[in-house]
Design a binder for this molecule. Sequence first.
Ligand code: OSB
Ligand code: MG
Length: 381
Amino acid sequence: MPLTIQSLAVYPIALNYVEPLKTSFGDNALKAAVVVQLCTAEGVCGWGEASVELSPGYGSETVGTAIHVIRNFIEPLLIGKTFADPPAVAKAMRSIRGHQHTRAGVEAAAWDAFAQFNNLSLAHYFATFLPEGHTPRATAPVGVSIGMQPTAEATLAIIRKRVKEGYNRIKLKITPGWDVELARAVRAEFPEILLMLDANSAYTLADAEHLKQLDAFNLLMVEQPLGHDDIYQHSKLQPQLKTRICLDESIKSTDDLHLALEIGAIRILNLKPARVGGFTESLSIYRVCAEHQLPLWIGGMLETGIGRAANLALASLPAVTLPCDISATDRYYVEDITEPPFRLNADSTITVPTGPGIGVAVQLDRIEKATAAWEAMHAYV
Ligand code: OSB
Ligand code: MG
């Protein structure tokens, strides 16, 4: 059944983190994003999160660019138009180049609305767009991402806490000068834990000899060591390492993934729906991973409950074979904008909501509070 899009409401938000995530590209002191509510003539409304950030550090988008692009370019393409399904909404936005996080946020709201309209959880609705056999699981495997700390001891203290909470996969952010010795210190105390490092593009091919030292630490993978838009040089680095390279930043489409596979630049994929422009492209990439048996996990942008619930639905699909960057609510926020909070199960999984659509209750009063906090900052718009 088609739906006619009637309105798009945009809420810029600011939320405080429980624990910020310092990376090689910077340190956002607080969570910024644009929450989107899409309402239809049929009376069903869906929620999506454009996981843009305070500054263009990971991707090129910000809160200001998201609002600009939605108001001036996406609304004219969607408002008053009728769509057969969410991929048709994605297709209508394809005339807009770039702005993946923004398009992903709007598309996510359409996915939520269509899934609700079909009375299916988002996970089960996704499965209707996949070949038979891709039945969602009740839970998704997850880990936790830890930012750069002033000392290795401070990092170890956080790892101890996270391991006690039940996370069985730890991801540490690295940068030149904060890598080999950190891994050595962690392995000395945690010889067995699933451990991976994320460089967020901090190295160049000239660092290959240095990066080879990481092979000593039985890492699950090293994420995006080289340029944020590079694929070619990763294909030159991978044969020099035993550690598998996972690409994040530089895979923005199914075509990018085909190229990376063809030239041997990738052994694992971190798939972020925001980075690739939404769930339609994510499902296309998911299928390529399944066909090539490329190990796959779902990454995160420290999303609020709106973005996280949708990512979790994708993470429940069976070709997602590695723990995802989708942690419990208390890793991110004291008070999230959805209820109930996501909790970690004893087996380092999170239970996927079963209600229609994203399956969590959006707290409009808290969104309005977070929008007031954003506006009080008078920042960057
Ligand atoms: O590189 O994966 C990344 C957050 C913002 C920007 C880039 C990255 C991240 C994360 C988030 O690692 C992990 C999470 O959402 O739990
Ligand atoms: Mg990453």
